[in-house]
Design a protein around this ligand. Structure first.
Ligand code: NAD
Length: 410
């Protein structure tokens, strides 16, 4: 099953519950627009190299398209298509006035120099810029891109269209970014977990957590959960898993990775293989790297009783079905990692109004919007006796269909 087929599988289940017409299903199971661009850049060696770039706009029913840009060797049209659809349900579920989109370039950034990376970021953005706009499509960072990438992209767009800081979110604060955006996705993951535990009258104190992926999302999830009393016993990246059943020293690990190191050179804990984080003996497993990592081959080795999808689409439909049957609770991506797009929305409004919020205001609003979304999901889950993923999709899809109907599309 392709990545896009997997995301359609969850959408179609919601469509059945909502009794959507065949035409509506056709409209929403495919993107509105797909753009594939060549991205030629001059390498430091003097030779030209051509990369493949994509921007997919899934649905703009509820507002301008919104979604991150991924630089990764696995990026292709199918993956970007699936991720764009997820964004449509996510923005709808958490009530931000956007549609869904995603972009990406098929590239291994680890072999590029800084100059090559800057050239790639600028050229890709210029080549997709004719379908972007502050009220049309607003990209953000995802895997392999960060604040610096957004600064280059904003600048490339500005060179053609005039200074336009609202064209991206996830910018550096010095260029009009929002307080709290960098940590927002990870902080949001911890807010959703906290709500889940409160809803089940359970305490988070002492819960043992394993996190796959220790980049932006993994790091900030670890910091926020530690602050809530959890014990982070394993984290992994592309190079290794590191494990300490007494609890890892997250501050030390942060210093290690922000200096550009991978986890396989960290000496403060036991080393394991890259995929050991997934099968660690823990209470909460948090995939925070790539898609499809929990699948028909490894679902039986998972030890956690709660899986929180900080990454997009980390669990295949088959594994989702089997794990649910085995009473594993799954907090779905469109809810669990929505903190990023919520604070992106705050950044967009701040940039448009040229009026800046404090970190306290950002955190308070983030907490409120995610808590409201969690409560809505828990309510529908209970009312209809369905899983949290089904309930999140039900709410997300329903609001998009309502917007389509009101605008006269269906
Ligand atoms: P990142 O590039 O900052 O970090 C990715 C991490 O995953 C790195 O530590 C990398 O080494 C690790 N990794 C990659 N492949 C791996 C593998 N096979 N096994 C183990 N580790 C691996 O990316 P990020 O921004 O933290 O994004 C991570 C995930 O979160 C992605 O699925 C992304 O779509 C999702 N997400 C990100 C945001 C955001 O605001 N950045 C928002 C919502 C969702």
């Amino acid at each position: 099953m392709s990545f896009a087929d997997s995301s359609n599988y969850f959408f179609e289940a919601a469509a059945n519950m909502l009794e959507l017409s065949d035409e509506t299903i056709t409209l929403l199971s495919q993107p509105y627009r797909e753009l594939h661009v060549q991205v030629p850049i001059k390498m430091d060696s003097g030779k030209r190299k051509v990369f493949q770039g994509f921007r997919v706009q899934h649905s703009g029913a509820r507002g301008p398209y919104k979604g991150g840009i991924r630089f990764h060797p696995a990026v292709d049209l199918d993956e970007v298509r699936a991720l764009a659809q997820l964004m449509t349900w996510k923005t709808s579920l958490v009530n931000v006035p956007f549609g869904g989109a995603k972009g990406g370039v098929n590239v291994d950034t680890s072999v590029l120099s800084e100059t090559e990376l800057e050239d790639l970021s600028r050229t890709y953005f210029e080549n997709i810029s004719h379908i972007l706009g502050i009220q049309r499509d607003i990209p953000a960072p995802d895997m392999g891109t960060n604040e610096q990438s957004m600064a280059w992209m904003m600048d490339a767009y500005g060179a053609k269209h005039g200074h336009s800081p609202g064209i991206v979110t996830g910018k550096p604060i010095a260029l009009g970014g929002s307080q709290g955006r960098t940590a927002a996705t990870g902080k949001g993951v911890s807010i959703v977990i906290d709500n889940y535990f409160r809803n089940n009258n359970r305490s988070l104190k002492g819960q043992r957590v394993s996190i796959q992926g220790f980049g932006n999302v993994g790091l900030h999830t670890a910091k926020s959960l530690k602050a809530l009393g959890c014990k982070i016993i394993a984290v992994s990246d592309v190079s290794a898993t590191i494990i300490d059943n007494a609890g890892l020293k997250i501050d030390q690990l942060e210093k290690h990775i922000v200096s550009g190191n991978l986890l396989d050179s960290y000496n403060g804990a036991k080393q394991g293989n890259r995929d050991d984080a997934l099968i660690a003996d823990c209470d909460i497993l948090i995939p925070a790297a790539i898609g499809g990592v929990i699948n028909d081959k490894n679902w039986e080795s998972i030890n956690a009783s709660i899986i929180v999808e900080a990454a997009n689409a980390p669990i295949s439909p088959y594994a989702d079905y089997q794990l649910t049957k085995n009473n594993v609770a799954i907090l779905p991506d469109i809810l669990a990692n929505a903190g990023g797009v919520i604070v992106s929305y705050f950044e967009w409004t701040q940039t448009i109004q040229q009026h800046w919020w404090t970190i306290q205001e950002v955190d308070k609003e983030l907490q409120k919007m995610l808590t409201d979304a969690c409560e809505a999901c828990f309510m529908i889950q209970k009312e209809k006796n369905i899983t949290l993923r089904q309930s999140a999709y039900y709410i997300g899809v329903k609001k998009v269909v309502e917007a389509l109907e009101l605008r006269g599309f269906i």
